[in-house]
Design a protein around this ligand. Structure first.
Ligand code: TNX
Length: 543
């Protein structure tokens, strides 16, 4: 209903002003902005007589996706066929030779044809996303959409274009995760970092350790308000949730259809008290423990002295590896207090036996050992920048969150890096002055601040720049309980992040982005996204 309402508004508006180049330009308000877009002469009329033609078998699922999207966006039901000779239609094909960048695509709209050529399947997906943004909001007349003739040549600036979601502090349904994946695809993002375990809850079924779902997935209550408040109050209500392995597969498959890779995160050695509540024998003290009910970090962590800890984590990794076909396994590694290790005879013995000079080196031993195991499974380890402390495993990729420094250091020493410095990438931060906003973690990360973000810091020497794979937005959910609030915190900041990661840095322009965003928000309306309204942005500029 909402869609058709909007839709008729666009129609009425256009009938009044008539079509002009200016309307066309507004219509082609693509986010992230394409690198090269040239408007041509004429229009293509998209209607129910159209046919989507896919030239390669592997493009069938994308053809189906495009057909369904066109139908839900503008109510036009086109057909789909393989290698049809139909004169009028949307042709999808792969041609590696169009670019060295395998995510590149070319979109050509002429009077006769709409043609999407990708350097790979994901390239075709990005061409489809640009086409969908041109289709809506579009010029709609007599059951047809008028598409302006144009040529787009486009490719992303960065390989890792991501969003992270913490489902431990608060849990989100499979349906909502799929919706967020849809929104990521719309913005040409390709990596979903799923934060699945933490002190406050373990959210992934591991068949070998059923107590992880029976015990570790539920906390007996949750703190109310901000954790810096002096009088901490708890709600007295149990809170929990987890994903079965079937559900995990369902999400991973869904993401794959959208050309999104899922990176699972299993936290170690810290942020682990939920697991220890079920298996206290893996701690230094033996427990007992509760799944954490407040925010912040538990001092109880996996014992680095016990062999059982490694056996447990390796068994967990075995099941995780089978569920996630992507190349990376995230092992956390952040914020691991060393208090227990300092007093644990087994940890101290491990240090002595291995010539480790302090607990930082013990943490490094831990991560290096897991890295070897993960590599033996054909996967790559990625971790938060604390994995640099005490020495980094040779093949590790670093996710730099405490500013740029960790990432710069890692790139200098030849490691790949994903940049997520808090001041630009933390979407649990306020978007404006706290008085005008719902409760958030802290900080101030306005829309314009996100837009200013440069994943490659100027201080990084040229030869190390290719180690910056890209960046991602991190959505920590201590103060985000509902789907609506996730959307409020994520949009429109994710639109800015998408442009940072995709578009040409030298031509990006915030005012131009805002103009396009005004149009783009209609697309988010159609998807029912509860974004933060733009008119509030002025306040957010008080930095
Ligand atoms: C730090 S970023 C954390 C998270 C918190 C977040 C809140 C990181 C690796 N660890 O556990 O949720 O700050 O902003």
């Amino acid at each position: 209903m909402k869609l058709f309402h909007l839709y008729s508004k666009v129609f009425i508006l256009l009938s009044i002003v008539g079509f002009s180049m200016v309307d066309m330009k507004a219509q082609v308000s693509i986010i992230p902005e394409p690198n090269d877009l040239e408007l041509g002469n004429g229009n293509y009329l998209l209607d129910a007589s159209d046919m989507i033609v896919f030239q390669e078998d592997q493009l069938k699922s994308l053809g189906d996706y495009l057909r369904d999207k066109i139908s839900s966006l503008v109510g036009i039901n086109v057909k789909i066929a393989q290698k049809n000779t139909s004169e009028k239609g949307i042709v999808l094909s792969i041609d590696q030779s169009i670019s060295d960048n395998e995510e590149a695509y070319k979109l050509e709209i002429s009077d006769e044809l709409v043609k999407i050529t990708g350097a790979s399947k994901s390239g075709v997906m990005y061409g489809i996303q640009s086409l969908l943004q041109i289709i809506f909001p579009a010029n709609y007349q007599d059951n047809a959409v008028v598409l302006p003739a144009l040529t787009i040549n486009d490719a992303p600036a960065f390989k890792w274009r991501g969003m992270h979601l913490d489902v431990c502090r608060h849990f989100f349904s499979v349906a909502f995760i799929k919706h967020m994946l849809d929104m990521m695809a719309m913005h040409k993002l390709n990596t979903f970092h799923w934060h699945l375990t933490d002190d406050q809850g373990w959210r992934i079924e591991i068949k070998k350790y059923p107590k992880l779902t029976e015990i570790s997935s539920v906390r007996k209550e949750t703190m109310v308000g901000h954790y810096v408040e002096e009088n901490q109050v708890f709600d007295g209500t149990p809170y929990g949730g987890y994903y079965t392995q079937e559900q995990i597969k369902e999400v991973v498959d869904y993401a794959a259809k959208l050309c999104i890779t899922v990176v699972p995160e299993i936290e170690m050695p810290g942020h682990a008290v939920a697991a220890l509540a079920a298996y206290p024998e893996l701690s230094c003290t033996g427990g007992p423990f509760d799944v954490y009910t407040k925010w912040g970090v538990s001092k109880d962590v996996f014992c680095a002295g016990k062999e059982e800890t490694f056996t447990f984590l390796q068994n967990v990794i075995d099941e995780v590896v089978d569920l996630f076909p992507g190349p990376y396994i995230h092992v956390g590694g952040d914020e691991c207090p060393k208090d227990r290790w300092k007093e644990c005879p087994l940890c101290q013995k491990r240090m002595k036996d291995n010539g480790l000079k302090d607990e930082l080196e013990l943490q490094s031993y831990f991560i290096k050992r897991m890295e070897k195991y993960i590599a033996s499974k054909g996967k790559k380890l990625i971790g938060w920048d604390e994995i640099l402390e005490g020495g980094l495993p040779e093949e590790a990729t670093v996710m730099s969150w405490r500013g740029y420094e960790g990432g710069v250091e890692a790139a200098h020493s030849g490691h790949d890096v994903v940049m997520t410095p808090g001041e630009y990438c933390y979407f649990d931060h306020y978007q404006s002055t706290p008085d005008d906003e719902p409760l958030a973690f802290g900080g101030l990360t306005t829309l314009s601040k996100v837009y200013e973000f440069k994943p490659i810091p100027p201080s990084l020497e040229k030869k190390s720049r290719n180690h910056i794979l890209g960046a991602q937005a991190n959505v920590w959910t201590e103060y985000i309980k509902t789907d609506d609030k996730v959307e409020y915190m994520v949009f429109p900041r994710l639109c800015a992040m998408a442009e940072v990661l995709w578009s040409n840095d030298s031509t990006r322009n915030y005012d131009d982005f805002l103009k396009r965003l005004n149009v783009h928000l209609q697309r988010l309306d159609v998807e029912g996204v509860n974004y933060r309204p733009l008119e509030k942005e002025g306040e957010g500029n008080k930095e």
